[in-house]
Structures are given as structure tokens and as C-alpha cells.
Design a protein around this ligand. Structure first.
Ligand code: ADP
Ligand code: MG
Length: 231
């Protein structure tokens, strides 16, 4: 199996009885290496739930989740945490940087948590330079603009050279220009590094540039399209 990740009839049910919500309803989808895929759909359609399953932040109620061909459903919490730290980079809508750490320290921390070798400071500096923040290494998040903070988050996600980068509405809290800059950056990294990107968004600018758009509605896949002749 060449897919980086795959859901097979995956469902997620929150609550039970009268408060039960079927957030994902028997979804099957497969992501190949190097794809730049957007999950779109109205609020509440299941985008975050789906990304959280793929990102090993949450477990399916039924069905299977595969990461690089391995069924992850029976792995221990410890093994899941180490897979997550090493193989997956996350970018969130609200950046989720550690406020008391500098840009450099936030990125270095990701390498420490992943238990990777090498010179962490050197690697983190290089990636921060790559995302255009070479002059801001020692600033804390509150000393950076929203767009710059999201660039730190991109650097933090990529510094581990993960198999998969997952971004849940990454441009939702950014103005148009900063959002476009961050998007340009992710496209460049997708092309130059071959990193696989999964997004959720309802931002038309993000969708316009996706190679693949998977549309969700009520926890189901309504369409799976490759509008720009993407692979
Ligand atoms: P989206 O990201 O597309 O807005 P979500 O995946 O966040 O959608 O939510 C899908 C559905 O699951 C929604 O009806 C939402 O209210 C519900 N949901 C999400 N997370 C939880 C939770 N932790 N507990 C209960 N219901 C939840
Ligand atoms: Mg969401």
C-alpha cells in the first residue's frame, strides 16, 4: 500500500442516546504521498474530526485508520504519541505556540519532543530562515504578527520532516495578505520538499489552489475532486 494515510469506513460518534452526534459516518479516503488536499464543507460537517483521526489526536468509534500502511487502532497511547511527534506536523487555526518560548525555542521543542537527533538549534534556525523569520528567532509569539506566528507554526510542523502536515483552518485567523503568504509558503514546501499537506478550510483562496478537494457534509464525503489537474 503506497498511501500515506487511509481511513476505511471510519465513523466517529460523540455522546450517546439523545445527545449522540455522528460526526463522521463511515468515511473512506486515501491520501497519497505529496498530495495537497483540502477538506471543505460547512461548519460542523466533520472536517476537524476527520483531521484529528488522521493525526492520531482522536480514535475512531468504528472503522480503521492506517498510517503508512499500519493499522493504528490497536497501538498504545505511548506508541501513538511517538508516531504523532515524529511523523505528523500540525498547524492550527489559533497557532497554538507556547507563549513563553521564543520562535526558535518553539521550533526546537518540536524536535526535542520527537526525540530526533542532530543539532536542534541549527535545524530550527534553518527552517525559520526558510519561512522568512530569520530576523525574528528570539521573539516570543506576542511580539509577532498573526501571519508571523503562523509561519512559526509552519516551521514547527516541518522541522521534523514529517510524513504528513495537517492544517486545520490555518488561514482562518489571518488577514488576506498574511493568509496568502502562508499559503504560498505551504505550496512551495509541498513542491520543494514533497511534503504531504492536508487542510481543512472554507477559505475559497485555499480551495482555488488545492490539487484535490474532498467535500464533506454531515460527516460524509459528498465529492472528491482534482480541479487543477493535480496529482
Ligand atoms: P467542522 O470542523 O467541519 O466544523 P467538527 O468535526 O468540529 O466539524 O464537528 C462535527 C460534528 O461533531 C459537529 O456536529 C460538532 O458539534 C460535533 N462535535 C465535534 N467535537 C465534539 C465533541 N468533542 N463532543 C461532542 N460533539 C462534538
Ligand atoms: Mg473544524
Amino acid at each position: 500500500m503506497s498511501a500515506i494515510c487511509q481511513l476505511e469506513n471510519a465513523s466517529k460518534i460523540y455522546g450517546s442516546g439523545p445527545t449522540e452526534v455522528r460526526a463522521l459516518d463511515s468515511v473512506s479516503v486515501s491520501i497519497e504521498p505529496g498530495e495537497f488536499t483540502v477538506f471543505s464543507g460547512p461548519s460542523g460537517s466533520g472536517k476537524s474530526t476527520l483531521l484529528n483521526l488522521i493525526g492520531l489526536l482522536d480514535e475512531a468509534s468504528s472503522g480503521q485508520v492506517f498510517l503508512q500502511g499500519h493499522d493504528v487502532s490497536h497501538l498504545s497511547q505511548r506508541k501513538l504519541a511517538s508516531l504523532r511527534a515524529q511523523q505528523i506536523g500540525f498547524i492550527f487555526q489559533s497557532f497554538n505556540l507556547v507563549p513563553v518560548l521564543t520562535a526558535l525555542e518553539n521550533v526546537t521543542l518540536a524536535l526535542q519532543l520527537a526525540g530526533l537527533g542532530g543539532n536542534h538549534k541549527e535545524q530550527a534556525t534553518k527552517v525559520l530562515q526558510d519561512v522568512g523569520l530569520g530576523e525574528f528567532l528570539h521573539r516570543r509569539p506576542n511580539q509577532l504578527s498573526g501571519g508571523q506566528q503562523q509561519r512559526v507554526a509552519v516551521a514547527r510542523a516541518l522541522v521534523k520532516k514529517p510524513a504528513l502536515v495537517i492544517a486545520d483552518e490555518p488561514t482562518a485567523n489571518l488577514d488576506t495578505k498574511s493568509g496568502d503568504n502562508v499559503l504560498d509558503l505551504m505550496h512551495d514546501l509541498n513542491e520543494s520538499l514533497g511534503a504531504t499537506f492536508l487542510f481543512s478550510t472554507h477559505d475559497p483562496r485555499v480551495m482555488a489552489r488545492a490539487k484535490r478537494i474532498v467535500k464533506l457534509r454531515d460527516g460524509r464525503i459528498e465529492a472528491d475532486e482534482r480541479p487543477n489537474g493535480g496529482v
